[in-house]
Design a protein around this ligand. Structure first.
Ligand code: SF4
Length: 886
């Protein structure tokens, strides 16, 4: 039995001096005990320190060219042999494997506590399972830090402690924790267990950024076995971490306005360090989102990077491809999900895909309908093995997925891509790993659950991109930025959020219990962060950044940084004042554009609809975009039933009702004074008919059906009054064309909702509307301004007396008639005005973008005409003045 000896390394020296001092003290310690240095093992906290330590120890004369073996616990464990395989069902440390076994255990526990899955809030089972796995893995890691011989006693104590809590008043979380202890106590094994059997001449560990539980356990076991052990502590005392830190020669504290400015400033600081040849440069990833943005800015500037942090595998394109495949295969996935997947499917020709999309969106122009149909058929056949309904084991799903990826060549493509290869490996589809074992046979899922499992699997993994060639900028976490010979460090996120107390994460192992059991606590994590900041002071140049606010929330300085500044002030050292981040700014001259003035004399359409004529009257450029360029907004393929759909449905209901009623009357005429007795039933039948014809989901239509139930009797009452006044339905949904010398060669065409006939043979055009009554009243207030009814009146010619009205169907007191007075006069004015306008356009007049009034507010062409980027009206007027030089 011997003692673990401790030597403190200086806290106020730079990185090279730290390592040379560590080498000299280790050499002296070994020499003093006549221990052969080459048979000693030196452990470092993480692998990135190995090169600098090996180089420095090799140069230390005290070793005579035979320095100790230098490793980390993990590299040494890997060198001592392959990792042990966890027995099936035991806690393995691999989150996804453990999750499979944990799901069954959590279900069993819920059953045993009388809480079946149905009693748990939907979505809570996966959360409980994740918490259960997290607790088991934290407990496992704490146990693996102990010598194997001590573990049985530790588990017994942990079991007693957690069983007592679980016996309390039915606390589900406490029972889960107790079950997690029982699970781990069945046996845990890790690759690092071999370290406890390793017998070097001496153990030396360098402690930096906080103590490591495994290393402490190893040294205790070594000392108990009589193996000499030395701790070289590079950290300052935890009670005074900043009392005697080193001081970078150059420190800057930059304050940015917001996250975007902070990312730009961080990128500028990196570029600045490169320009000053302070390399390598560390970009510290305290705030992952911000560093990802900084990384993107550096990539855009062509700076090669080595990213040691990576990002979730689920956010890579390869992962998105797999998720798109599964989503497309889900029953009722719909067109958008298919199109998303087809965009990545190697067998989908872009032209065929575009045709299929056009077909599904109901576009008038489908380039190759046959190719679209072939593609849809081939895609359906490819998805079929995944789309086949039923629950199957996880292994069976993975085999089907692998089969699909093989069948279309996706597997090969994914293997050749860095992220794709990691996705295949994470799902164990690359054939290299051990597979998922019996637990994956026992877990049965439907396709949606398999998709959720796959998403979780890819979220749990980090994609680490390969380093760019010649990269001297390293993106690294704070804990890995210390003790390395960086020429400069850029640390964005030096604020109270990211370099301070983080919000506690939910865990079954609370802090008090963690402290009792020797599981790492939040307080220890904070201490590590503080010690890492103190270690960072050894670098020659440091830029600390923070933002003033983020989405309205104020950001303060990091409390650790405040502490450091206070210590500096106490020591009489110069302050590090903060300053606005010197962002590169460029003055851009304003470049407003002139409103467009296209002319298309030869390309005007031969026939015009009411909406096209309305567009021409509102804004000629809108007409140009719609009628000449034939641009249209793509319709969403999937959308909850909208008011527009209700309007379409109601039009069809009334059409079926009146057509059916007219047919019945023709077959058996009734007394003109009395309404047919079965109108209410006929209206309901028409509603069912329209629902079927439009293939509407009855459940989705339900809220609209409620309005319809109120509308139907009101409509029949209105109809009775209308018919009592001598009107009757003449026809609906009728197509009409109109040609006139004033318009030639252009003709007008349109479809009328309804035409009624009344006293004296007068006809009445009725246009059904589900919009607001007020808007309709505004329309007809200036009859010459209302295009639609005037256009319909023009379609019918002027031979018979004609009336026209809108019939508002969706108001509280609907139906409401809003008449267009003297509509035939409006129609004649419309035809004359339209004729003049068309003649001007045919002669080459410009189709001006008017940019006026309400029409611009909802105009779908606003981006095209660049309405928001025009020159001020005064400048336009000056340019339009005679004599202005273009
Ligand atoms: S936004 Fe206004 S100016 Fe531009 S096309 Fe539409 S209506 Fe015309």
């Amino acid at each position: 039995m011997s003692e673990v000896e401790i030597l403190h390394l200086p806290t106020d020296v730079d990185v090279p001096s730290l390592w040379s001092t560590a080498a000299a003290r280790a050499a002296a310690w070994l020499r003093g005990r006549a221990l052969p240095a080459r048979d000693a093992t030196l452990l470092l906290p993480f692998a990135a320190l190995v090169p600098v330590a090996r180089e420095t120890f090799a140069a230390e004369p005290g070793f005579g060219g035979w320095p100790p073996r230098i490793e980390t616990p993990l590299t040494l464990a890997a060198a001592l042999g392959p990792p042990p395989e966890a027995a099936p069902g035991r806690v393995s440390g691999e989150p996804l494997v453990d999750r499979l076994a944990a799901t069954a255990r959590v279900r069993r526990l819920l059953g045993a506590t009388g809480l079946d899955e149905g009693a748990v809030v939907p979505g809570e089972l996966p959360w409980l399972t994740a918490q259960f796995v997290d607790a088991a893995q934290r407990l496992r890691a704490a146990a693996l830090a102990l010598a194997p011989a001590r573990r049985a006693g530790w588990w017994a104590a942990a079991a007693a402690r957690t069983a007592a809590a679980a016996a309390g008043p039915a606390q589900l979380e406490a029972r889960l924790l107790s079950e997690a202890v029982n699970w781990c106590a069945e046996g845990v094994a890790g690759a690092t267990d071999r370290l406890f059997r390793h017998r070097p001449a001496a153990w030396i560990v360098v402690e930096m950024g906080g103590a490591d539980a495994l290393v402490a356990g190893l040294l205790d076991a070594a000392a108990a076995a009589g193996v000499p052990a030395l701790r070289l502590v590079a950290d300052p005392p935890s009670a005074a971490p900043f009392a005697a830190t080193a001081c970078p020669a150059r420190v800057r504290r930059w304050i940015a306005e917001d996250a975007e400015d902070e990312a730009r400033a961080a990128a500028a600081a990196v570029v600045d360090a490169l320009a000053a040849e302070r390399t390598p440069v560390a970009l510290v990833a305290l705030d992952r989102a911000l560093v990802r943005r900084t990384r993107a800015l550096l990539e855009r500037a062509g700076v090669p990077l080595h990213d040691e942090t990576g990002w979730q595998l689920s956010t890579t394109r390869a992962a998105a491809e797999l998720r798109a495949l599964l989503r497309a295969a889900r029953a009722g996935s719909g067109g958008d999900a298919w199109l998303d997947w087809l965009a990545t499917w190697p067998r989908a020709e872009p032209a065929a895909r575009a045709s299929l999309e056009a077909l599904w969106r109901g576009s008038r122009r489908v380039r190759d309908a046959a190719a679209a149909t072939r593609l849809a058929r081939a895609a359906g056949a490819h998805l079929a093995p995944l789309a086949e309904p039923g629950r199957r084991s996880l292994n069976a799903w993975l085999q089907r997925l692998a089969g699909r990826l093989q069948a279309d060549g996706s597997a090969e493509r994914l293997r050749s891509d860095a992220a794709g290869a990691q996705v295949l490996a994470a799902l164990r589809l690359d054939g290299a790993g051990p597979g998922w074992g019996p637990a994956a046979d026992a877990l049965h899922l439907d396709l949606a659950e398999f998709d959720a499992w796959l998403a979780a699997a890819l979220e749990a993994r980090t994609f680490v991109p390969p380093a760019d060639a010649g990269a001297v900028v390293v993106v690294t976490p704070l804990a890995r930025a210390i003790g390395r010979p960086f020429g400069a460090v850029v640390l964005p996120g030096a604020d109270h959020r990211h370099l301070g107390d983080a919000a506690p994460a939910a865990s079954l192992v609370g802090d008090a219990l963690a402290a009792e059991l020797g599981v790492p606590t939040r307080g220890e994590a904070r201490l590590r962060q503080r010690l890492a900041l103190a270690q960072l002071m050894r670098v020659p140049a440091l830029t600390l950044l923070r933002r003033l606010q983020d989405e309205g929330e104020g950001f303060d300085d990091s409390p650790d940084l405040q502490w450091l500044l206070l210590e500096r002030a106490r020591a009489g050292l110069p302050a590090w004042p903060d300053e606005p981040a010197p962002l590169p700014r460029r003055l851009m001259p304003a470049a407003p554009v002139a409103p467009p003035r296209p002319s298309a004399s030869a390309a005007l359409p031969h026939t015009l609809s009411a909406t096209q004529v309305e567009a021409l009257r509102d804004c000629p450029y809108r007409f140009f975009a719609r009628a000449v360029l034939r641009l249209e907004e793509p319709a969403e393929l999937e959308q909850a039933l909208a008011k527009r759909d209700y309007g379409e449905w109601l039009h069809l209901v009334l059409q079926h009702f009146h057509a059916g009623r007219a047919a019945a009357e023709a077959a058996a005429p009734h007394e003109a004074a009395a309404p047919p007795p079965d109108d209410a039933a006929r209206l309901q039948q028409a509603a069912e008919h329209a629902t079927r014809e439009l293939r509407l989901d009855a459940a989705e239509l339900l809220p609209f059906r409620a309005s319809f139930e109120a509308f139907a009797p009101a409509y029949l009452r209105w109809l009775a009054r209308h018919e009592a006044a001598g009107w009757h339905w003449l026809g609906g949904e009728t197509e009409h064309r109109f040609a006139a010398a004033a318009l030639a060669p252009t003709t007008l065409r349109g479809r009328l909702d309804r035409i009624d006939q009344g006293p004296g043979g007068t006809r009445r055009v009725i246009d059904y509307k589900t919009g607001s009554k007020r808007a309709l009243e505004r329309k007809v207030k200036e009859p010459l301004e209302d295009t639609q009814l005037a256009f319909y009146a023009a379609l019918l010619g002027d031979a018979t007396p004609l009336e026209a009205c809108y019939l508002a169907l969706d108001e509280r007191d609907a139906p409401i008639e809003i008449a267009h007075p003297a509509v035939q006069r409006s129609a004649a004015a419309l035809v004359a005005g339209l004729g003049d306008e068309l003649r001007r356009l045919r002669a080459g007049a410009a189709m001006l973008a008017l940019g006026e009034g309400e029409v611009c507010l909802h105009c779908e062409m606003r981006g095209l005409c660049r309405r928001d980027h025009w020159r001020p009206p005064a400048q336009q007027a000056a340019e339009a003045a005679p004599g202005h030089a273009a």
